[in-house]
Design a protein around this ligand. Structure first.
Ligand code: NAD
Ligand code: WQD
Length: 345
């Protein structure tokens, strides 16, 4: 099977999607984006074209669940493969409005699968999450570890994986790779693309960025009594450009896969654990100032430690992250400095 040339990227204006579009364009793919901008700005798409020095092959503002509109995108473009990022991703929100989360994340995926089947598109890379592992053990997680998702967001990702596995069993041409990312942070080195959450950030890196630029007074460190070396929770932070490259490699590998293979699942992480206080210190080094923080109680639902065993993807594809924590912090900070109001200015 030949390598895909035209790739449909759902959620291509979002954080990980936009970086992946840049990497795909840099490697001669034609890229078509579908996004409803429920959590992104159309300006991200302008920035993608600016970095790449050439335009996207198509931009379609629509909701994946609008099946007729989605199907027209497949009619208009000769799509070879799909990278499916579009989903809601806020854990707390998913607890508050679970129906909307299942509808968007699972319903968006089934609508996409129907359109792919109608148009005989048989290659799909799916955005899954380390959150499917739930309450992890105190050791790096392999893909064989059981899924024990603990909130509607994580359960929606796990449900999508199960739907995809079932559809692969039934539709023998379909090849699906599900990538479970750990904690993507960082930004494009140009400073033109990065993470631009709406409202007060919930995740640690965008929050740190706003403390460092003075818009928020201090970081609340959630929990200092975890069974970890410094008592704060440990995560596997991975540069978003490494994640983006992982998708391109996945597209190359999926093109090699013989038809009829079952869905494969891979972790994308570094295998390196970093505590919240280590991240605060690394970010302080990157921005050249101490970042104030206060110790707080644990955040409900958090686990002490989530670190990937990423050896499967290294062995099978040769994918290894090349960017360390200092680079992740430097790139995030550059984006923040050049875009204090995100994509708004
Ligand atoms: P993001 O919110 O920045 O990007 C998602 C994009 O999808 C947004 O542009 C949004 O407008 C769009 N979208 C959402 N629902 C849509 C719909 N129904 N139709 C069309 N467009 C829709 O999120 P991200 O951080 O880039 O995450 C991308 C994917 O990776 C998500 O599936 C997320 O669950 C997964 N993931 C993210 C992380 C993380 O920490 N960022 C970790 C693991 C997995
Ligand atoms: C990281 C660490 C917090 C904010 C999330 C999703 C998960 C996956 C990855 C999508 C934790 C601590 C945070 C703050 C803090 N995403 N923290 N103060 O929770 O590991 O994972 O992103 O699939 O599903 O849940 O990421 O950035 O929110 O937190 O101390 O203001 O930072 O307690 O230990 P998390 P995060």
């Amino acid at each position: 099977m030949s390598h895909p040339r035209t790739v449909l990227v759902t959620g291509g204006a979002g954080f990980i999607g936009s970086h992946t579009c840049v990497d795909l364009l840099a490697h001669d793919y034609e890229v078509v984006v579908v996004d409803n901008h429920s959590n992104s700005s159309p300006r991200a798409l302008e920035r993608i074209a600016k970095i790449a020095g050439r335009p996207l092959a198509g931009i379609h503002q629509l909701d994946l669940r609008d099946h007729a509109a989605l199907s027209r995108v497949f009619t208009e473009h000769d799509v070879d493969a799909v990278v499916h990022f579009a989903a809601g991703k806020a854990v707390g929100e998913s607890v508050r409005i679970p129906v909307e989360y299942y509808d968007n994340n699972v319903g968006g995926t089934t609508s996409l699968l129907r359109a792919m089947r109608e148009h005989a598109v048989t290659r799909l890379v799916f955005s899954s999450s380390c959150s499917v592992y739930g309450n992890a053990e105190d050791r790096p997680l392999t893909e064989q570890d059981p899924a024990r998702p603990t909130n509607p967001y994580a359960k929606s990702k796990w449900l999508c994986e199960q739907v995809l596995a079932d559809v692969c069993d039934r539709w023998s041409d379909l090849a699906v790779l599900s990538l479970r990312y750990f904690n993507p942070i960082g930004a494009h080195p140009s400073g033109l693309l990065g993470e631009d959450p709406c409202g007060v950030p919930l995740n640690v890196m965008p929050y740190l960025m706003r403390v460092a630029d003075g818009r928020l007074p201090h970081l609340n460190v959630f929990g200092g009594d975890y069974p970890t070396p410094d008592g704060t929770a440990v995560r596997d932070y991975v540069h978003v450009m490494d994640i983006a490259e992982g998708h391109r490699i996945a597209l190359e590998r999926i093109a090699d896969a013989s038809t009829g293979t079952a869905m494969r699942v891979f972790n994308l992480g570094t295998g390196v654990g970093t505590s919240v206080l280590e991240l605060v210190a690394a970010f302080g080094d990157a921005c050249g100032r101490e970042v104030p923080y206060r110790m707080k109680d644990r955040r409900p639902g958090d686990v002490p430690c989530l670190v990937a065993d990423a050896s499967a993807v290294a062995q099978e594809w040769g994918w290894r992250p090349t960017r360390g924590l200092a680079e992740m912090c430097r790139d995030s900070w550059r984006f923040q400095q050049l875009n204090p109001l995100g994509y708004l200015q």
